[in-house]
Design a protein around this ligand. Structure first.
Ligand code: C2O
Ligand code: CU
Ligand code: CU
Length: 510
């Protein structure tokens, strides 16, 4: 059940910093834990939870209830369900179709999907397809609610290239808790560009949702807004610190950060290099060799790991090297899951030197500035974009249909990391702290970008396809719920570079 939320205490202010192109290692201060609030819960001691004892499940692929040559239809429920998250306990979670972890919808660009969501929870929900290019009526915005007991059909045209999308609740002021309690699912959109490649597929292509959580002594989730420091149990596909059996060959893993606040930097325990082939909005132009991937909440990395060099019986840990609070317990949050390498099997998959061609960038005609800030001394926990908290009745940014714009987004906090997510579009990260981004993990299509304390990131997007009102926000859900969210409106009656830019203080480039 949703409980009245506990407002962020000043103690959640983040200290410690760092920065640099995408590899964030944020940190938080030493103030009192927010769990000293009026609740009487007793925490389960996370150090008593055994690691690498449960197998990581592969999320179930949902079959459409019917499909035609152009359309597939997926009825889906949103409901409470019992799950085994930590050994020896049963945890009440929220799931789609009664599934934990959330299921996978697999769709192909050019085909339409109708997803009918039945809300069986006792709270309203709004199901957003993160990263998707969809009409406003199917975006699942914060105020477009499915009442308890109600249902809504979302229409996804899939008129965009392949991408690793995901769906999650977005009901304003609830989403940070309902997503924490499990309302996330995968939506893997493919197209002919991706399919003609010979990447690892089938059982060797595994989506993994990574997040953190906190449990009480009965094994139930504890949700308190902003209590990042107590969320020290790492879940992969819904299990605490699982193991995953792999054959000695190449695997494709689609890594999702579905955490509410936590950043992860993932690497293999032997330090081996692997290939990153994609990010939020599909494949990169070329694979890049990396030894780690950094994911802020909402971001995705598509990677290929080759286990063929390891002898059968090798155990490798996927580590998290990002810490967010000074005393973050590395023995806990430093571990994600264990790969157990088995026998070699034949592997004809390949990772080609060229994966795709990105769409042309376009010529920007408008530039705007946005400042993300959070008052860590304010116990009401306001979180702002350009000095304002989210007001669903206010249009913050008027955009001319078809315009290409550069948004410069600055994190004004000196200790708190944020990130930035836009609905409707896939954008390009064109600059980080004045340095052009032309290669590396941020050079592909993105919908969410990390912004370390004090950093400025410039993103470029073209607003076409649909008119309508959509949100942009920090994807640390507690921050969005505290107000770090705003509305953009794309309209054919907005004149580029005039009315539009004055309203948000943008300036015309020409
Ligand atoms: Cu992942 Cu506004 O969403
Ligand atoms: Cu989104
Ligand atoms: Cu934030």
């Amino acid at each position: 059940m949703i409980q009245r939320r506990t407002v962020l205490k000043s103690g959640a202010a983040l200290t410690g910093a760092l920065g640099g192109a995408g590899l964030l290692v944020p940190a938080v201060s030493d103030a009192a834990p927010s769990s000293t609030a009026a609740t009487t819960v007793t925490d389960l001691d996370p150090t008593t939870i055994p690691k690498f004892q449960q197998a990581m499940p592969v999320p179930q692929v949902v079959q459409p209830a019917w499909s035609s040559t152009t359309t597939s239809c997926y009825p889906m429920t949103i409901e409470e369900v019992d799950a085994q998250v930590i050994p020896g306990y049963t945890t009440r979670v929220y799931g789609f179709n009664g599934r934990w972890p959330g299921p996978v919808i697999k769709e192909t660009a050019g085909r339409r999907a109708l997803v009918r969501q039945y809300n069986l929870l006792n709270v309203p929900t709004s199901i957003h397809l993160h990263g998707a290019h969809v009409p406003e009526s199917s975006d699942g915005g914060p105020m477009d609610l499915i009442e308890s007991g109600g249902a809504k059909t979302y229409t996804y045209p899939n008129s965009q290239p392949h991408a690793n999308l995901w769906f999650h609740d977005h009901a304003h002021h609830q989403e940070s808790e309902t997503v924490y309690r499990g309302l996330t699912g995968f939506y893997l959109l493919t197209d002919s560009v991706e399919q003609q490649l010979n990447l690892p597929s089938g059982a060797y292509d595994v989506p993994i949702a990574i997040r953190d959580a906190r449990f009480d002594s009965n094994g139930q989730f504890i949700y308190q807004m902003g209590d990042l420091r107590q969320r020290t149990v790492v879940l992969a596909n819904g299990k605490a610190w699982p193991y995953f059996n792999v054959a000695a060959r190449k695997y494709r893993f689609r890594l999702y950060n579905t955490a509410n606040l936590r950043f992860f930097t993932l690497k293999l325990s032997d330090g081996s290099a692997f290939q990153q082939i994609g990010s939020d909005g599909g494949l990169l132009e070329k694979p890049i060799e990396v030894t780690s991937v950094a994911l802020s909440p909402g971001e995705r990395a598509d990677v290929v790991i080759d286990f063929s060099k390891y002898p059968a019986g090798t155990q490798l840990t996927l580590l998290n090297t990002a810490t967010m609070v000074a005393e973050d317990p590395v023995a806990l949050i430093g571990n994600v899951l264990q790969f157990r390498v088995g026998n070699p099997v034949s592997d004809t998959s390949t990772v080609p030197a060229t994966l795709r061609t990105l769409p042309p960038l376009g010529t920007p005609t408008v530039s705007r500035e946005f400042v993300l800030s959070m008052d860590a001394t304010n116990t009401m926990g306001s979180a702002l974009i350009n000095g304002k908290a989210y007001d669903h009745n206010r249009i913050d940014t008027e955009i001319a249909y078809g315009a290409t714009e550069i948004w410069s987004v600055r994190n004004a906090n000196l200790r708190m990391p944020h990130n930035f997510h836009m609905h409707l579009v896939q954008f390009r990260v064109v600059e980080r702290n004045g340095q052009p981004v032309t290669s590396g993990p941020e050079s592909g299509l993105k919908d969410t970008v990390a912004i370390a304390p004090g950093e400025t990131v410039k993103v470029q997007a073209t607003f076409t396809g649909y008119e309508g009102t959509y949100v942009y926000h920090c994807h640390m859900f507690d921050h969005a719920a505290m107000g770090m969210m705003a509305n953009l409106r794309v309209s054919k009656s907005t004149i580029s570079g005039s009315t539009a830019t004055r309203r948000t203080g943008g300036r015309s480039l020409r």
